[in-house]
Design a protein around this ligand. Sequence first.
Ligand code: ATP
Length: 330
Amino acid sequence: MKHRLAILPGDGIGTEVTAEALKVVGAAGVDYEAVPFDLGGERYLRTGEVLPDSVLEEIRATDAILMGAMGHPDVAPGVLERGIILRLRFALDLYVNVRPFRAGPSAFNNGVDMTVIRENTEGTYAGEGGFLRKDTPHEVATQGSLNTRMGVERCIRFAFDLARSRERHHLTLVHKTNVLTFAGDLWQRAFDAVAAEYPDVATGYHHVDAACIYFVAEPGRYDVIVTDNLFGDILTDLGGAVSGGIGRAASANLNPARTGPSLFEPVHGSAPDIAGTGQADPRAAIVSAAMLLDFVGESEAAARVFKAVSGSDDVTGTTSDIGSKIAERV
Ligand code: ATP
């Protein structure tokens, strides 16, 4: 089956790592049509456009999206994040963000094999808030956290399903229920209610600050973790740091109901400091592409790509060298 893939390379190293990911997808023998979209900081600076409605509709008509990175030093913070990344998450209802981490033993710990499920459309990222008396000494800024029972529950249910499919059958809720007593209470009640439907999955709870310690010192405690949007954003950068670095951290933004395409992207950004130098590690983008293949039903090809990347510790060189060598091994 031929898959129509929306390709959003974006900016900086995003374009470089996306090219390598596609090289590997091709080598895996998957039949696809690449539909390229010129979006990101470069386009915004050139045309003033962020994500035109007509482009969003073209993206919506594809089977899946592979994204590089959106970001530019000359674009104000928030323009691309709100205008492209968050807009795609909301418009395509990409309510689950999946971030897997795997690594062997290190100086810090005995190895990592965990997946974080981050709620991807609510919490503090929903955009609730505003200014009052802006730019005066009496300025007020509020930033609310929006949590719906439906939104929280569907994310938690996805996490239980994933935990059930893995060997250890364990799910940890991470929040800050002792301080965020409204949102945390809703999360805990939704978690307990869904847990009753999954008696075969063992459960636990950690405050997010304690989870930060365990992520570094004892990540072996974790199998699957479910958490809110902001905690998940921060924790998964830490997860990347303790499992091979940011150049290996991949992610999937899923619409599990499949009412539209899902989006796959490396966790890292455009890294303007190393763009054009050939130093970017393409593994995070390649693993993101493998997650895409898995989600669109190419699980055999996906498994070969995952295996080639996990056995690639000996592979060094430029971005393109690493992509080519991994492509040879799929
Ligand atoms: P953006 O504004 O797009 O988020 P950024 O530079 O602020 O970009 P990241 O791209 O996440 O944020 O990069 C943080 C640092 O990590 C960069 O300075 C870069 O040196 C390093 N880095 C990021 N991605 C990679 C990669 N794939 N390979 C090697 N180093 C990377």
